[in-house]
Design a protein around this ligand. Structure first.
Ligand SMILES: [Zn+2]
Length: 164
């Protein structure tokens, strides 16, 4: 048995009997990654949403020319395209928001509505759903052949419907 091996009941000869001072990252001058550093920058978030909205729309075989991507407050991105079921039309924004909610996002921070061939926008029904689901400071961008416009929810829906 080497001098560093021990048997039950031996005192540990390696460990100090005096208290050990616990170091933290400030003692060592090591910066910890913050949530902010782990998150995408605002510009990166918009880029990711635009790419997601465009690719879901162009890749869709539903015939829809409108797609949407939303950013959840948990940083998750969810997409949707407008779906015609035969008896109803479910808009891309509604699909994306409900996907986000059903997959665990408590609220949405940002959205991009993308249209290949017409003005992008939100109908009243989708606006109400977005208002019900939006985090504070929610912003949406409409991207279509005429360009990209950014809106706050207050600008789009200054007098929302509430049950209170
Ligand atoms: Zn709608």
């Amino acid at each position: 048995m080497s001098e560093f091996q021990s048997t039950i009941g031996d005192s540990n000869k390696i460990r100090s009997v005096s208290k050990v001072r616990r170091l933290d990252h400030t003692d060592l001058n090591i910066p910890l990654p913050t949530d902010e550093q782990n998150e995408l920058s605002q510009d990166d978030q918009w880029d990711a949403l635009h790419k997601a909205a465009e690719s879901i729309t162009t890749a869709s075989d539903t015939g829809s020319s409108v797609g949407c991507a939303v950013l959840g407050t948990d940083q998750s991105i969810h997409t949707g395209v407008t779906i015609e079921t035969g008896t109803e039309v479910v808009h891309a924004a509604k699909v994306a928001v409900l996907k986000a909610r059903s997959e665990g996002a408590e609220a949405i921070d940002k959205a991009v509505v993308y249209s290949i061939d017409r003005d992008a926008g939100l109908c009243g029904n989708c606006l109400q759903l977005v208002w019900n689901t939006a985090a504070d400071d929610f912003l949406v961008e409409f991207s279509d052949p005429s360009g990209t416009k950014r809106w706050s929810l207050n600008e789009l829906y200054p007098q929302p419907y509430t049950l209170e």
